[in-house]
Design a protein around this ligand. Sequence first.
Ligand code: ADP
Ligand code: ADP
Ligand code: SF4
Ligand code: SF4
Length: 589
Amino acid sequence: MRIAVIDYDKCNPDKCGHFLCERVCPVNRMGGEAIIIDEENYRPVIQEASCTGCGICVHKCPFNAITIVNLPEELEEGCVHRYGINGFVLYRLPVVKEGMVVGILGPNGTGKTTAVKILSGQLLPNLCGGNDSWDNVIRAFRGNELQNYFERLKNKEIRPVVKPQYVDLIPKAVKGKVRDLLKRADKSGKFEEVVKELELENILDRDIGHLSGGELQRVAIAAALLRNAEFYFFDEPSSYLDIRQRLRIAKIIRRLAESGKNVLTVEHDLAILDYMSDIIHVVYGKPGAYGIFSQPKSTRNGINEFLRGYLRDENVRFRPYEINFSKKSERKSQEGEILVEYPPLVKDYGSFRLEAEGGELYIGEVVGIVGPNGIGKTTFVKMLAGVEKPTEGEIDWSLTVSYKPQYIKTDYEGTVYELLSKIDAGKLMSSFYKSELLNPLGIPELYDRQVNDLSGGELQRVAITACLLRDADLYLLDEPSAHLDVEQRLAVSKAIRSLMAKNEKTALIVEHDVMMVDYLSDRLIVFEGEPGRFGRASKPMGMREGMNRFLAAVGVTFRRDPDTGRPRANKEGSVKDREQKERGEYYYT
Ligand code: ADP
Ligand code: ADP
Ligand code: SF4
Ligand code: SF4
């Protein structure tokens, strides 16, 4: 079975020399019609029945707009939805089970949202043909666990609730006070309980337009929990939350399932996905072209198979390489040239006070910064940069800092290329930056796109790139993982490490995804205290010491998965959890 997918956002028939694909196609040259021109929409259409799959058009298209893939015949009957001729194709769906959290793991653009739209009844799947009724869907899923689910969905016995992925967009759609929004959502009578659990007491009278991303995330989760539904879907519930808040919402979502609800979640923070899910579906395919849901798997196997790039039961290799977490815990302590040595620093804003131990930063290193939001991390770096004057402690240097904030707001009018070339056009041409940064982050594919039209994940990659292209002594990136999938998180981590080492610069990375902190950091600075009131920053310390200190404050222990080396959170009160806490080893046992 062959599918041909054209990404019409990338296709530009005028710029390729007028329908280049049509002109080079051997079938067309022989008088056939594998590619025809849709004059009305001014675009090429590939007729899959006539296409031989030679791949010439794929290689010739200068904008990488065409994908041709051969897929196993048996997938055909699992074809659930296709967005039109040459559109994205979705194969199979995840199961939905009462009393269980079903986790979905896979790259962006492989149909996770499409699947959820179908399961929540917002999108009638066309079954890759002209289907126009739910009865046909029920018939197509006969004998499948979803048959009964679709029957209930059709009879309106299932009310779905969706917590959307991009919480930053909520203020555009909803106005007013947090309290009014949550009161309107409350069909369960659990207002007080949910507000307390998600620590929303202090922001109930705030305007939705004035909330931070982390606050919006918790309000959106609260609104979903307050509705009385049978099917709950949480799309990336962890973005913008610190680790304590992540573990807390993971527990709340688990409890919701245990009360007999169907819960589905997409989450790219693997430690949290692992903690929260009963079973996992891996989604694989080619982003933007097709996506296939795997069989349901145990959480541990599902995540491990995802990292290996190989699904055992299906006998499918979907990635040519494995993702491996080498045991980097005890990298040798930093030697080499010091970028800056700083004394103990205090900043007192009156309502907020930060005390930081003195320390030093080395050239070429990446220092992870861990701790809650609102604890003084940005204030600390501003002092190091000489932008903010300490209340106590002398700073007699000035370092240039390039900063990527946690919440990316843009009203830039222009394309990605225009934005980035204004920062440094030379670096966009350099083979070093292409291979270390631009290609791994998939930036060239975005060059012609308007910055205002980018999705949250695309904007994140552009903002990280913009930050790393600037010349500076010190790079500060606040939560670079937000809205990125696992592979993108690793690509970003590698790019940061490699640029710092090769350019002899220093990076401070604020991050809440434990896997990424582990993968990325040479050393850690741990922030503790009470958000919004006072913060204490440790000196930079080794990974083991830093992780122990940080996780002890959160009260959670981690072990390493023996097969993949990835960090796994221990269940609270389990034998391992108790043993590790007794020994003071919260990490790396
Ligand atoms: P994910 O949630 O995994 O990121 P989505 O289900 O949102 O993936 O989208 C998968 C692909 O389907 C997208 O890359 C896009 O190409 C395509 N797609 C999504 N919605 C539409 C639509 N309404 N019309 C055409 N194509 C769409
Ligand atoms: P983080 O980066 O850890 O989220 P910040 O350093 O941004 O934390 O802020 C820590 C606290 O300091 C917050 O409560 C914030 O409101 C307060 N704060 C930051 N800048 C100022 C300022 N210029 N004046 C008064 N308070 C400030
Ligand atoms: Fe040109 Fe590529 Fe579009 Fe074909 S798919 S018309 S080669 S831009
Ligand atoms: Fe034509 Fe080959 Fe492209 Fe098919 S893959 S449309 S046969 S050029």
